[in-house]
Design a protein around this ligand. Structure first.
Ligand SMILES: *Cc1c(COP(=O)(O)O)cnc(C)c1O
Length: 415
């Protein structure tokens, strides 16, 4: 069965909860053991002192280690990416930072695509730097040879521990080839040291792109965005093999940054409509992008659906190999600069002026002065993040209403 058919029931047994159709919120910090021997056994397995035996039922211990809402949610999230295991966190940043701290040690090198999410960039260039973990960035235009040369130029190729990428890149939808990064990972991995490839799939996932299929080891999400989908919860997720996830979950246990029962329950509710929401958002985005493309006050539209007409051969190849949809994130340059972009933003009525993305409501923002304000100027210029750029997260509203709102706001710009 497809994941969307399983999101209402998978992994939950009503008979264990008084027949309740929906999974209750298990708002408890701790769980009662039937016997002391049982408690001993649960701890042995939870702390990795002993393996779970074939057919052995494990019970619950304490909500920092395991909780029914958290575990059922994780089981369901695995279905979309066909992952062996999943860990849900109290934010996207806690998922990302936990992975980076688990797989990098002082003296190591981290390679990352630029631009990455601002919080990720800050964590790499401030906290990890303080921990003596160096970093090197690459851009979506770089070829495999150029990226390898950048790593070698640091003199620390033998200490490359983690490759972290975001594709498409926020906010201009530039593409990064996951398979190219998997090759780079192989190039620098040795028998003793496997380089880890993690992909932040927040923009596309878990419906429109499945990085594990293309050679990624870990896939990361800000579940605040499409997975939560209603702009009412902050959460994150990491998925991958059982072996790698045992390490991620191990560190999560001691950092204590797992999602709460309530957050997990909210996300389970969101997952029931994930597919219909995202399908509708992608359909709306096609209409919005076509409207923007022909508008006289707009200079350029950054939308994956236009790659076949506007992209290079390389972009077309990555797009068709990696993406199942053009998604619902659109950026565009208005003719003019900050003044014209702000006039548009200040005159929107239905679409709200806010950062974040992936929710049911359409949102608009100005990356240059908001989400990407502290991106270094050279990176901003290289990535076409300028004063005239506006980013839209397309929601589930009726497409003609979204377009009418944009049209009237564009009309407020004096030509
Ligand atoms: C929002 C976002 C994050 C951070 O997630 P939080 O849930 O806000 O901590 C990370 N990566 C991307 C691509 C994002 O959009």
């Amino acid at each position: 069965m497809r994941p969307e058919s399983l999101m209402m029931t998978y992994g939950y047994k009503p008979s264990l909860s008084e027949g309740s159709l929906k999974c209750p919120i298990f708002q408890t910090s701790t769980f009662v053991f039937n016997t002391a021997a049982e408690g001993k056994r649960f701890f042995e397995v939870a702390y990795g002192l002993s393996e779970q035996k074939e057919g052995e039922e494990m019970g619950l211990i304490y909500s920092r280690l395991n909780n029914p809402d958290l575990e059922i949610l994780e089981t369901r999230l695995c279905l979309w990416d066909k992952a062996e295991d999943c860990a849900v966190f109290e934010s996207g940043m806690s998922a990302i930072s936990t992975v980076m701290m688990e797989f990098c040690s002082p003296g190591d090198l981290i390679l990352y695509s630029r631009p990455v999410y601002g919080g990720t960039d800050h964590f790499i260039n401030n906290f990890l730097k303080k921990m003596q973990i160096d970093s090197v960035g690459f851009s979506p235009d770089d070829t495999e040879e150029q990226v390898i040369a950048k790593i070698n130029a640091t003199g620390k190729g033998d200490r490359l521990a983690l490759i972290h990428i975001e594709t498409p890149a926020n906010p201009t939808n530039a593409l990064i080839d996951i398979e190219m990064c998997a090759n780079i990972k192989k190039h620098f991995s040795t028998a003793e040291r496997a380089v880890i490839l993690s992909v932040d799939n927040t923009y596309m996932g878990p419906i429109w792109q499945h990085p594990l299929k293309h050679g990624a080891d870990l896939v990361l999400y800000s579940a605040t965005k499409y997975i939560g989908g209603h702009s009412d919860v902050i959460a994150g997720a990491c998925l991958g093999s059982k072996a790698l996830m045992a390490r991620v979950k191990g560190l999560r246990t001691f950092l204590g940054n797992m999602a709460s029962p309530h957050t997990s329950w909210m996300l389970m509710r969101s997952l029931e409509t994930l597919k219909v929401r995202m399908d509708q958002q992608a359909r709306n985005a096609i209409e919005v992008a076509n409207f923007l493309k022909n508008h006289p006050k707009i200079e350029k539209v950054y939308y994956l659906g236009f790659i076949d007409e506007q992209g290079s051969e390389r972009e077309k190849k990555i797009y068709h190999n990696q993406f199942l949809s053009a998604g619902a994130m659109i950026s565009f340059d208005v003719k003019g600069g900050e003044k014209e972009a702000f006039t548009f933003l200040d005159n929107l009525k239905l679409i709200k002026l806010a950062v974040s993305l992936g929710g049911t409501e359409s949102l608009a923002e100005h990356p240059y002065t908001m989400t990407h304000t502290d991106v270094p100027l050279d990176v901003k210029n290289a990535m076409s993040i300028t004063e005239k750029l506006v980013r839209i997260s397309v929601g589930v509203e009726y497409h003609a209403d979204i377009i009418a709102d944009m049209e009237q706001a564009l009309n407020c710009i004096q030509s």
